[in-house]
Design a protein. Structure first.
Length: 537
């Protein structure tokens, strides 16, 4: 079978004033119609850079070698003009990017942006275009298609944005789909649905897929060929891996004694009389639905309803649920980033609703958040050093610059970054490196409570293990508490003491990790565990 895409001798260099750094070295592979090739590797191995090279979306400081060739149905894309490449992107090659937030224009609705693709590449008439967009959104398992069609990107959860971005990429019916970590922001149930959907669309349109991931189980399920990358090189190429069986995790042994082993470190059990750091009582968060000329409120989206929880000193409380279940909205309400409709949030004996803005700003040294999308969480104009020390300066952490520098260097070492990263901008880092910067920034002010919103979703499995070990070690040393939001059941088993399961903004089950994951009572919890048995880590 003739290859749809042939990548030959692809090499890339980063040129600056005083040095030339090799980023990609002699990358060679082919993708045939209806074939899926998975690029597997750790963060920073060159997976996303390879995809950007194929689409000709590289920074001006990155240069491809003269020997490099990217052939799409025999045509070398590297010899095309930019105008010719615009006809290729979206129609012949579509790409699902790693960070959904930064892939949408914030001033246009989701429906408008998908319609742009249809108008430009499918040449459809405007009449009836809305129904086509609705169908595309339904294909990626979005239930409230009318609401999502009219919504702006910031009004959707991370998982909902990811699904909308997949719909937009498929709108042009491309011959080649490049999927850069397309399911990292999705819960295990939706992930399984999306993977099945991609396979169905691939068979329908004869589409080739370049699937970039750090999840071995997803690569095994999707790929006809696996390419393993490390440090910008291909170190192994092999055929299809053995499929992961769709079975739930085996029951875990009950706790014995005062501590238990999860992952690489020992997790300390929490005493019943430990100090309560956070108490949430009957929290509701509603968003008004406005329509008409006068923007009249005609209803409410009940994003969070009647949530009550506590987090004690040195404890990890995990919140799990599918995309759009209200996990992130709950976290933002607790952090006072959005105003709750009603209910109380008590942190260290103080009701946050009663604090002035000045008092709340000072209180933020006690509780910090790690956001789901690291790129949109950082100022793109600032270098990494300025990002890390911004909170310390604002909250007066560190007596002088030398003390702050020592703290920054210690944090870099703790999260696995190098001193040279301090001079870079966020866009010059890989997705995993950006997430580690956000973790270091949150820890820089010494919080007692850390809200972690999918903090490891963009990291490869080896770095995930390092970050989780870091979280556990910091908890043991500093008795820091975590409100850990995730859709990864394996991480809940690894580091949490208690768990809350959310669906449609409501709490459907809660208890210790052993109670909820080994003996689930609610049908939705059971469905999550069965889906998690696919082996996601």
């Amino acid at each position: 079978m003739q290859a749809l895409l042939s990548v030959r001798n692809l090499s890339a260099r980063l040129k600056s004033e005083d040095q030339c750094v090799s980023l990609l070295n002699n990358i060679n592979f082919e993708i045939c119609p209806e074939q899926t090739v998975a690029l597997l590797g750790e963060t920073g191995s060159g997976k996303s850079l390879t995809a950007l090279s194929i689409c000709r979306l590289l920074s001006q400081s990155i240069f491809l070698s003269p020997e490099s060739e990217v052939l799409l149905q025999g045509k070398n894309l590297l010899t095309l003009s930019e105008i010719e490449m615009r006809r290729v992107r979206g129609k012949q090659i579509a790409m699902i990017f790693q960070e959904p937030t930064t892939s949408f224009n914030p001033v246009f609705t989701i429906g408008h942006q998908i319609e742009e693709v249809l108008l430009h590449h499918q040449r459809l008439a405007r009449k009836g275009l809305e129904k086509v967009v609705y169908r595309l959104l339904e294909n990626v398992h979005i239930a409230e298609v009318e609401r999502v069609y009219k919504a702006y990107p910031h009004q959707l959860s991370g998982g909902m944005k990811q699904r909308a971005m997949i719909a937009m990429a498929l709108a042009g019916e491309p011959k080649l789909l490049i999927a850069d970590e397309p399911t990292t922001a999705l819960d295990v149930i939706t992930q399984a649905q999306i993977l099945v959907l991609l396979k169905q669309l691939q068979a329908k349109f004869g589409m080739g897929i370049l699937f970039i991931t750090h999840d071995l189980s997803v690569a095994a399920e999707m790929a006809d060929q696996i390419i393993v990358m490390q440090a910008g090189r291909i170190i192994e190429q092999r055929g299809e891996l053995q499929k992961s069986p769709l079975t739930p995790h085996p029951p875990q042994p009950p706790l014995k004694g005062g501590s238990f082993q999860r992952g690489g470190l020992e997790v300390k059990s929490i005493l019943n009389d430990a100090e309560t750091l956070l108490s949430v009582e009957h929290l509701d968060i509603y968003f008004p639905i406005k329509r008409g000329i006068f923007n009249k409120t005609v209803g409410y989206v009940r994003a969070v309803e009647k949530i009550s929880l506590t987090v004690r000193k040195g404890e990890t409380l995990a919140i799990v649920g599918e995309s759009g279940s209200g996990k992130t909205t709950l976290a933002r309400g607790i952090m006072s980033l959005i105003k709750p409709t009603q209910g109380e949030v008590d942190l260290l004996g103080e009701n946050l609703a009663h604090l002035s803005q000045k008092q709340l700003r000072k209180k933020r040294a006690e509780f910090q958040i790690i956001f789901q999308d690291p790129l949109s969480a950082m100022d793109p104009r600032c270098r990494i050093k300025a990002i890390l020390e911004e909170g310390m300066i604002a909250l007066k952490i560190g007596a002088d610059q030398n003390e702050r520098d020592e703290r920054i260097n210690a944090l870099l070492d703790a999260v696995g970054l190098l001193p040279e990263h301090l001079t870079r901008y966020p866009h010059q880092l890989s997705g995993g490196q950006r997430q580690r910067v956000c973790i270091a920034r949150a820890l820089a002010v010494g919080p007692r409570l850390l809200v972690c919103d999918e903090p490891t979703s963009s990291l490869d499995v080896s770095v995930q293990a390092q970050i989780i070990d870091l979280f556990i070690r910091l908890q043991k040393e500093l008795e820091i508490a975590y409100l850990f939001i995730t859709h990864n059941i394996a991480l809940v088993r690894t580091m949490a003491h208690r768990v809350i399961v959310m669906k449609d903004g409501k709490m459907v089950e809660q208890g210790t990790v052993e109670q909820v994951l080994n003996a689930p009572q609610h049908p939705y919890t059971k469905a999550l565990l069965i889906a998690a048995g696919r082996g996601q880590i």
